[in-house]
Ligand binder design. Structure first.
Ligand SMILES: O=C(O)c1ccccc1NCC(=O)[C@H](O)[C@H](O)COP(=O)(O)O
Length: 260
């Protein structure tokens, strides 16, 4: 069984349990539920750097990355660094994140926040809104076309931006639809965990211009950004490269300064 299958299996149990504990009405009644959201796609269109900086404590590919810096400190550091947006991993079992991380980030910054999660149920979109997200991630590898359509249309009703993630041509063809805002190409092969920017380069011409293109994973230097920009990428999702340092905000600042 590959890692995504394992994560999804656990996620189904987790979501079923949560649905039995916290009713939708409670999520909809939360103080953040009716706030005005901010568009990450717009922020990327208007940015020079396009950096979406991620909060990531650990991962299946790297084990522990950072257990020291608080999410608040990281969020404020990223915003001060000039990041376009922040990705907050909310999966607990595999990434050490939580919805409380999202809530804490929301309380500290104004920039668009992406709930980085393995979404398999509309309930998780309501959670995303209730805990302060502006953007949700949909992963083509774990969803049918019908699910992508239903979840992305529901996200739009909630005024959330949608980032759809693909790993290959087949996933891309299955997923293209007007209710998506951004198309993310994940450079990490989830079977071998190897990363290659060639994945972003090879898929770029197949992504229609209506979508903001985002390259995800394995971006560890400025040269990668210089290589990817000519392929039309406006967004660059970076986690480990910032989080592995003692001061993720300062690392993001130095990175972003050298792009401009
Ligand atoms: O990062 C992993 O090991 C991983 C394994 C299985 C599913 C997803 C995984 N990562 C999620 C992400 O998409 C990355 O955290 C994100 O793109 C940032 O990547 P990086 O800059 O390489 O930390």
């Amino acid at each position: 069984m590959n890692i995504l299958d394992k994560i999804v299996l656990d996620k189904r149990k987790e979501v079923d349990l949560k649905k039995s504990i916290i009713p939708v009405s409670q999520l909809e009644a939360s103080a953040l539920f009716n706030r005005t959201t901010v568009s990450l796609a717009d922020a990327l269109r208007n940015s020079n750097s396009g950096i979406i900086a991620e909060h990531k404590r650990r991962s299946p590919s790297k084990s522990v990355i950072n257990q020291n810096n608080s999410v608040t400190e990281v969020a404020v550091g990223y915003e001060n660094a000039g990041a376009c947006g922040m990705s907050v991993l909310t999966d607990g079992k595999y990434f050490g994140g939580s919805l409380d991380d999202l809530l804490l980030a929301r309380a500290s910054v104004q920039m668009p926040l992406l709930r980085k999660e393995f979404i398999i149920d509309e309930y998780q979109l309501l959670e995303a809104k209730a805990y302060g997200a502006d953007v949700i991630l949909l992963i083509a590898a774990i969803l049918t076309r019908a699910e992508i359509k239903a979840f992305s249309e529901f996200a739009k009703q909630l005024h959330l931006d949608v980032l759809l993630e693909v790993h290959n041509e087949e996933e891309l063809h299955k997923s293209i639809m007007p209710s998506l805002d951004m198309l993310g190409v994940n450079n990490r092969n989830l079977k071998s965990f190897e990363v290659s920017l060639d994945t972003s380069k090879n898929l770029s011409t197949l992504i229609p211009d209506d979508f903001v293109k985002v390259s995800e994973s394995g971006i560890s230097n400025i040269e990668a950004i210089r290589e990817l920009k000519p392929y039309g990428y406006l967004g660059f999702l970076i986690g480990e490269n910032f989080m592995k340092t003692d001061n993720p905000g300062e690392s993001a600042l130095n990175f972003i300064k050298s792009i401009k």
